[in-house]
Design a protein around this ligand. Structure first.
Ligand SMILES: Nc1nc2c(ncn2[C@@H]2O[C@H](COP(=O)(O)OP(=O)(O)O)[C@@H](O)[C@H]2O)c(=O)[nH]1
Ligand SMILES: [Mg+2]
Length: 332
């Protein structure tokens, strides 16, 4: 048996760091545990699970927007202010590119911030959004628990705001900042179409460029239209701010609004978020278990039958369900 398990990728080759090291905010231990979570190492996932019992400590910010909106530049400026206020910050940049091409671009922008001032206070990690077997939102949720246990004051997730993935990740944040620019026409469309979360705070970055005020009024009227449908809490008046991240303008105001938002009630959202996470885990776990029962060639075989018009996709799933639910229960 042990020979077989040695071949599996998700078995620890190095022991995972202790909870003690994580709670002490040991950066090496943090990096190791996060890699373990990304690789779905069983022990790492178990550690993350235990750490998730720690009380809520960190304030989780999501910074979302189309590529090039200035999110990383904005995150840099926010970090500077936070560190000035003697806060600790963990950054998780979710990179839409593959791990093999240009995946380091995001990282470079924020890593140059590692000066004596930020030393030991700012932890940075970038994660490719592709190539996640277990679902990116699950890994993200686990990593957030690790940062929380390490008692970072702020946790910032930078993510490209498009697609279901980002909507899922939006659920993991306490405050979601949506970054738009005067130049992009697609961002408001993306929100209207529901493929981008509305968020709690809007920022029109690059407001040094022409069209910022026009964008502001477009945004305001869009918000009037779609706000009532937003699933996020309704007691908060969504502010629209102008920033120039490159020059560091408007960042104080942004941080002020972020802090204000922290004082609004958010019990409903927490329940929704946890519910969403449970559903993600169910989906992932169920699929794995189902494929275990059906066998490795099931998908391929059914696909061929469907292609040959011998079976419909719904029939294939019905047959799978019949098979799975007729299975004897696992032994305790
Ligand atoms: N004109 C202008 N350019 C900016 C501003 N903020 C960021 N940029 C530039 O926009 C580009 C994309 O920024 P980046 O932070 O990498 O965007 P991200 O893809 O959203 O993370 C970079 O060349 C930045 O220098 C701003 O306020 N004004
Ligand atoms: Mg970026």
């Amino acid at each position: 048996m042990s020979n077989v398990s040695c071949l599996m990728t998700n078995v620890s080759l190095t022991p995972m760091p202790t909870s003690h090291a994580i709670k002490n905010r040991d950066f090496v231990a943090l990096a190791r545990l996060i890699s373990g979570i990304e690789n779905e190492d069983e022990q790492a996932l178990q550690n993350a699970d235990e750490l998730s019992l720690e009380p809520k400590y960190s304030r989780v910010l999501g910074i979302t927007g189309l590529p090039g909106a200035g999110k990383s530049t904005l995150v840099n400026q926010l970090i500077k202010l936070m560190v000035k206020e003697d806060k600790t910050v963990a950054v998780l940049a979710i990179d839409p590119t593959s791990p093999f091409t240009g995946g380091a671009v995001l990282g470079d922008r924020i890593r140059f911030l590692n000066t004596d001032e930020t030393d030991g206070k700012v932890f940075f990690r970038s994660m490719a959004s592709r190539g996640h077997h277990g679902g990116l939102s699950n890994s993200t949720a686990d990593i957030l628990q690790v940062f929380n246990a390490a008692q970072f004051d702020y946790v910032i997730i930078e993510t490209v705001g498009a697609g279901q993935l980002e909507v899922d990740i939006a659920y993991l944040t306490d405050t979601l900042v949506n970054v738009l620019t005067p130049e992009a026409g697609d961002d408001i469309q993306a929100i209207k179409a529901g493929i981008m979360e509305i968020g709690d705070i809007f920022v029109i970055n690059k407001s040094d460029l022409p069209g910022a005020d026009r964008k502001l009024s477009q945004l305001q009227s869009m918000l009037d239209d779609v706000k009532p449908k937003s699933s996020r809490e309704k007691t908060w008046e969504i502010p629209v701010l102008k920033t120039q991240a490159e020059q560091g303008c408007g960042i104080d105001e942004l941080l002020k609004r972020i802090k204000e938002h922290a004082t609004t009630t958010r019990t409903d959202r927490d329940t929704t978020r946890i519910g969403q996470h449970l559903k993600d885990l169910l989906e992932q776990g169920f699929q794995l278990k189902a494929l275990n029962i059906l066998g490795p060639s099931w998908v391929d075989e059914q696909a061929k039958k469907i292609q040959a018009h011998l079976l419909t996709p719904r029939q294939a799933i019905q047959q799978a369900f019949d098979l799975i639910f007729s299975q004897p229960k696992d032994q305790p």
